[in-house]
Design a protein around this ligand. Structure first.
Ligand code: FES
Length: 131
């Protein structure tokens, strides 16, 4: 069974077949933050794969969508979706309340940018209709 080393806690766990990093962390008592409860909606469970990225199962579509703003192949995975297939080392990226607050702020900024972009499209559409 794949062995996962969690940093910065320096705790290692053998995962069960098909088990996500989050589920393995919970089983071991590692406090991996999961604000949405594991629904691939918040990204607070994200980790950086420090070693063994090639031994992780490919990200499912919902994980890929959430991590898309970070760019391809950044070594970042969602703990609630990433499934190790061999020995890996991961580092938690959201550790304390400040990290969670930054994540929420970033999400709000992205949502605001999406609304502004949509408003711009709507204005352009209205101008096109008038002309
Ligand atoms: S726990 Fe929210 S995205 Fe993983």
């Amino acid at each position: 069974m794949p062995e996962v080393r969690f940093l910065p806690d320096e705790m290692t766990v053998e995962t069960r077949p098909g088990e996500t990093l989050l589920d393995a962390a919970r089983r071991l008592g590692i406090p991996l933050v999961s604000a949405c409860g594991g629904d691939a909606a918040c990204s607070t469970c994200r980790v950086m794969v420090v070693e063994g990225a090639e031994r992780m199962a490919a990200p499912p579509p919902d994980e890929a969508v959430l991590l898309a703003p970070l760019g391809p192949d950044g070594g970042i995975r969602l703990g609630c979706r990433a499934i190790p297939e061999g020995p890996v080392t991961v580092r938690q990226l959201v550790i304390d309340k400040d990290d969670i607050a930054l994540t929420e702020k970033r999400k709000m900024t992205q949502a605001k940018m999406r609304r502004e972009k949509q408003a711009g499209i709507n204005i352009t559409d209205q101008k096109t209709i008038k002309n």
